[in-house]
Design a protein around this ligand. Structure first.
Ligand SMILES: NC(=O)c1ccc[n+]([C@@H]2O[C@H](COP(=O)([O-])OP(=O)(O)OC[C@H]3O[C@@H](n4cnc5c(N)ncnc54)[C@H](O)[C@@H]3O)[C@@H](O)[C@H]2O)c1
Length: 268
């Protein structure tokens, strides 16, 4: 349990709050005294987050949202800011990972990944800007990935979406700097979550959904350098939530337009 209380009095919206790193970020902000709206397309995931919030659930509200749908985002962000009475921190954690051979990637698959990860981050951020502008020490934490800058095979659409988010984060940091809204990104890698926990060989390597004839030697450079307990190769989502909490709080008041890589040193 953290002793920090950086979120006392802060109002926070976390997309993807029903699973993995988004859920861990919700729980971390609650533990630090914040009020949080967890938004996710998965109602089941949101129920799980509420159950895990325990005694802090009275400072948690949930909203079902599809970040790739403009009307859903407008309604969801509106409901969130109304319940919170404003907005100080936005965490754009919602996203999807689809892996495939490049030549077998359909246009629909490619566009869906871009639509959810990149366009979704755009939509939620745009709808949140007015509330953030009126917020206290407003901050946005976006989700890039190690795949944005380092070579991850079979994930061209995902890598493109995450590179786009990183570039957009820098552009927005500059555009809103004089209005005091900070924009930063995290670059997770090798984190245990709904996205990466598969079965069999996938669980032992990089994640589910890879092609059957995947050449795992292409992932040789993505193994974490830092050792984990019990020989695990993926770290828990709390490893990223702690950094999200720092970037979204006033502790990071002089940090904007950059990213923090959280990958156990796999891309040093
Ligand atoms: N796990 C890793 O190693 C890793 C590495 C790099 C980046 N990331 C990023 O971290 C973020 C969180 O992912 P995670 O690893 O915790 O995976 P996760 O699958 O556990 O969580 C993603 C959440 O996003 C939600 N979501 C998906 N599509 C949505 C939509 N259209 N609208 C609203 N919610 C939607 C899902 O329901 C899920 O709850 C993602 O942006 C992901 O790309 C993760």
């Amino acid at each position: 349990m953290t002793q920090l209380q950086r979120y006392a009095g802060r109002r926070v919206l976390v997309t993807g709050g029903g699973s993995g790193i988004g859920q861990a970020s919700v729980l971390r902000v609650l533990a630090e005294g914040g009020r949080v709206v967890a938004a996710d397309i998965s109602e089941t995931g949101l129920k799980d987050t509420t159950a895990k919030a325990g005694d802090a659930a009275d400072r948690l509200h949930t909203v079902v949202i599809d970040i790739s749908d403009e009307a859903s985002v407008r309604a969801g962000v509106g409901a969130a800011t109304e319940w919170l009475g404003g907005l100080d921190t936005l965490v754009n954690a919602a996203g999807v990972l689809r892996s495939a051979h490049f030549e077998e990637t359909t246009l629909a698959d490619f566009e869906q990944v871009l639509r959810i990860n990149l366009v979704g981050t755009f939509l939620v951020t745009r709808e949140s800007i007015a509330a953030l502008r009126a917020g206290n020490g407003p901050a946005v934490v976006n989700f890039s990935s190690t795949s944005a800058l380092f070579a991850h095979p079979y994930m061209s659409a995902y890598a493109a979406s995450k590179g786009g988010i990183q570039a957009m984060t820098h552009a927005l940091a500059q555009e809103f700097s004089k209005q005091g809204i900070r924009f930063n990104a995290v670059q997770p890698g090798s984190i245990s979550s709904g996205m990466t926990d598969g079965t069999g060989e996938a669980k032992q390597s990089i994640g589910p959904g890879l092609p059957e004839d995947t050449d795992y030697s292409l992932f040789a450079k993505t193994a974490p350098a830092l050792p984990l307990a019990d020989g695990a190769i993926f770290a828990g989502p709390d490893s990223v939530a702690s950094v999200v909490a720092m970037l979204g709080s006033d502790d990071a008041y002089f940090i904007t337009g950059t990213e923090v890589r959280v990958d156990g040193g796999s891309h040093m």
